[in-house]
Every structure is written in structure tokens, then in C-alpha cells.
Design a protein around this ligand. Structure first.
Ligand SMILES: Cc1cc2nc3c(=O)[nH]c(=O)nc-3n(C[C@H](O)[C@H](O)[C@H](O)COP(=O)(O)OP(=O)(O)OC[C@H]3O[C@@H](n4cnc5c(N)ncnc54)[C@H](O)[C@@H]3O)c2cc1C
Length: 345
């Protein structure tokens, strides 16, 4: 089973990339040639919307292919990346920020960026107290595998007839499934109320979609070794401080602010954080690093809160995955749910 699944990068995070020589063009070759599609659990088509804000396009990727494109690009730029290295703790002095690795080794740098996800180990240093992520109340059955063998199943093949790539959300009672398919990979993410284990037999996932259209059950049954990942969806309540007291360690991405997958924004916000931090540090210069880090923190937090409050109002999927789970009033003429989401998350 391949790692990762479908990742939508909204257009706001793609502007800066256009200035990286050659990279945007590479992304175009691996991005899904699809629109936002939504179907009801019984197979009724709800609608199709273009990806993007009407002016600029958003892009969907197989997560592993996006990671690979980034990995190849940083290698070409001569940037060193060490894998399989676990950070146990963060620290800072007047002169440097640092990490303590699992093997006890200490590494220091002018600035340490703690981009270690929702379970970040930087919280004790940044907030001065231990803080653990809390359950969002949801978990996600996830699997990604080569599309070739899955498409030998006639029901799965029929669903994708006429499509080279397709990303679609299937909404239903108590659960929703995002399904992505390219010529290379197929993936599903079935979000349900929490009941969590690491990997589970696919039969567990099937109990959430009993009576849904046959294509979806066939797809889940096609998971290699009949086991999928059960991914707990964690959450942190927003808090404004992402920098350590001396500003030598700065949290970035999910480590600073968590997003539910249904918001479709976590990765885009993490990328924007990176552009913002780099720009502030470049403008501030080495001697003004602390000011630069704090300004970055203030600007991004203000934007994050604005974005959150605005989007929570217009798009409940931002903080509540269950908006896809219980179609309320379906318009009989269009098949449209009164809470049809604004995006394919
Ligand atoms: C099922 C699912 C679907 C999603 N879909 C979308 C979507 O369509 N669009 C979107 O914008 N967002 C989406 N998101 C959210 C998005 O994946 C995250 O917001 C984004 O990956 C955050 O990036 P990050 O780099 O901050 O953290 P992460 O992607 O979590 O990366 C953190 C990295 O740090 C490493 N790490 C963690 N702890 C340590 C440690 N102690 N030492 C060393 N390394 C460590 C981890 O292994 C990982 O590689 C989705 C999330 C899920 C779960």
C-alpha cells in the first residue's frame, strides 16, 4: 500500500510556487485533471465545481507524488534532508535554537522551525507548559494503492469510465468518503465518528457505508491485504503564540494550528506559513531575527483567525467533519443538499 492519499492545495498557496523556476510546471504534470465532484451515498450526482476561486486554479495531488516532487526539487537545489531522525525536545539559548534527537545528539541553528505536525514536541518550550492535541471526534480510514489492479474490477472500472483522473466526495449518513483516482494511484479517505485503531480490516470501514452504491464497497474491498489505516483526526484549539520566548524556535503548519481534512486547508496554510517566515526573515536580516519571527507570528495568526472565522461562517466543514455525514434537505430538482459544501475537501 502506498503512503498518503489525495491532497488539495488551494490556489492561495500556489502563487509563490509560480516563482520557483520550473516547479509549477512539474506540479501541472502530476496534478489531477479533475473538478470538485460531489455525489450522494446512493450514487446520485450532486454537482461539479471547478477547482479554484474562479480566477486562479487550485490543484489536487496524490500526496506521495507531491512529496516526491518537493524532494527532487530540494535535492537539485542542494538542500540537505535527513530522514528517520526523531526530535525528542526543543530548546533555546541567547545564541541559538536547538533540538535534542532520540539518540541524544543535540543540533543547533540560528532559528529552528518546528514543523512536526499536530503532535509537535515544541509546545512545552513555546507555551511553557505541556499541551497535547485533543480528539476532533472523528477518525479516517485511509488507503492508497495502484489503480491498475483495482480497475480490473468491472464495478470500479465503470465508475471511472470516461475519466482519466477524478476526485469526488461521496456524502452520506454518519460518514463521507473522498475518492481520488489517477492513472497511477487510487485512494479513499472515509471519515467517520471516532472509533480508533492503527490499521483495521476493511470490514470495519464497510460497516459505515452499508447500503451505499456498490462502487464504494467494491473499492474498499479492493484494498491490498484487506487492511486500511485508521487515522485519528486530532485537533488543537487556536492559540496565538507560535514562537519560543527568545524567538529561536517557531512552530509552523499543523504544529502551530490544526485543521480538519474537511477544511481542505491545512497543507495550504502550512505552505503559506513557510513563505511568510522566509520573507520576514529575509526582510529583517540576521540581526533582526526575533522581530522577524514575531512579526511573522502576528501576521499569520491574524490571517489564520480571520480565515477561520470567515470560513466557519460560510463553510461549516472547516471545523465540523460531520457536515458531510447527514444530508439534510436535498433539493429534488438538483439533488443539492441545503448544506452542500463550498469545496471538495
Ligand atoms: C486524511 C487527510 C486529508 C487531508 N486533506 C487535505 C487537503 O486536501 N488539503 C489540505 O490543505 N490539507 C489537507 N489535510 C491536512 C494536511 O495534511 C495538513 O494540514 C498538513 O499536512 C500539515 O503539514 P505540516 O507539515 O504542518 O505537518 P505534517 O504533514 O503532519 O508533517 C509533520 C512531519 O513531521 C514529522 N514529525 C512529527 N513528529 C516528529 C518528531 N518528533 N521528530 C521528527 N519528525 C517528526 C512527521 O513524520 C511528518 O513528516 C488532510 C489531512 C488528513 C489527515
Amino acid at each position: 500500500m502506498t503512503t498518503g492519499d489525495l491532497l488539495l492545495i488551494e490556489c492561495n498557496a500556489l502563487h509563490s510556487i509560480k516563482h520557483w523556476p520550473g516547479f509549477y510546471e512539474r506540479l501541472q504534470t502530476i496534478s489531477y485533471k479533475t473538478q470538485r465532484n460531489i455525489k450522494k451515498y446512493d450514487g446520485t450526482w450532486v454537482g461539479t465545481w471547478p477547482l479554484g476561486d474562479g480566477k486562479d486554479i487550485s490543484m489536487a495531488f496524490n500526496r506521495s507524488e507531491l512529496h516526491n516532487a518537493l524532494w527532487e526539487y530540494v535535492q537539485e537545489l542542494g538542500i540537505r534532508v535527513d530522514f528517520s531522525t526523531t526530535v525528542e525536545d526543543y530548546f533555546e539559548t541567547d545564541e541559538a535554537g536547538g533540538v535534542v534527537l532520540a539518540d541524544g545528539k543535540k543540533l543547533t541553528a540560528d532559528i529552528v522551525v518546528a514543523a512536526d505536525g499536530v503532535g509537535s514536541k515544541a509546545w512545552s518550550l513555546v507555551l511553557g507548559k505541556k499541551d497535547v492535541p485533543i480528539s476532533s471526534g472523528f477518525a479516517c480510514y485511509r488507503a492508497t494503492f495502484p489503480s491498475g489492479p483495482a480497475l480490473e474490477n468491472p464495478i470500479i472500472a465503470k465508475e471511472f469510465e470516461g475519466y482519466v483522473d477524478r476526485a469526488c466526495i461521496h456524502v452520506g449518513p454518519g460518514a463521507h468518503i473522498a475518492v481520488g483516482k489517477t492513472t497511477r494511484q487510487i485512494c479513499y479517505m472515509l471519515t467517520h465518528r471516532e472509533d480508533w485503531d492503527k490499521t483495521v480490516p476493511v470490514e470495519k470501514a464497510l460497516t459505515y457505508i452499508e447500503g451505499w452504491e456498490p462502487f464504494l464497497t467494491e473499492l474498499i474491498k479492493a484494498t491490498p491485504n484487506s487492511r486500511c489505516t485508521d487515522w485519528k483526526l486530532l485537533w488543537r484549539n487556536p492559540q496565538p503564540k507560535w514562537a519560543s520566548p527568545k524567538a529561536r524556535v517557531i512552530q509552523l503548519g499543523d504544529s502551530a494550528h490544526s485543521f480538519l481534512p474537511t477544511s481542505g486547508s491545512g497543507a495550504a496554510m502550512a505552505m503559506e506559513d513557510a513563505y511568510s517566515l522566509a520573507t520576514c526573515l529575509q526582510l529583517g536580516g540576521k540581526s533582526n531575527f526575533a522581530l522577524a519571527v514575531r512579526i511573522h507570528n502576528h501576521l499569520r495568526y491574524a490571517l489564520y483567525i480571520l480565515d477561520m472565522s470567515e470560513r466557519c461562517y460560510t463553510d461549516p466543514a472547516y471545523t465540523d467533519s460531520s457536515v458531510y455525514h447527514a444530508p439534510r434537505k436535498w433539493d429534488s430538482t438538483t439533488g443539492r443538499n441545503s448544506t452542500t459544501p463550498t469545496g471538495m475537501r
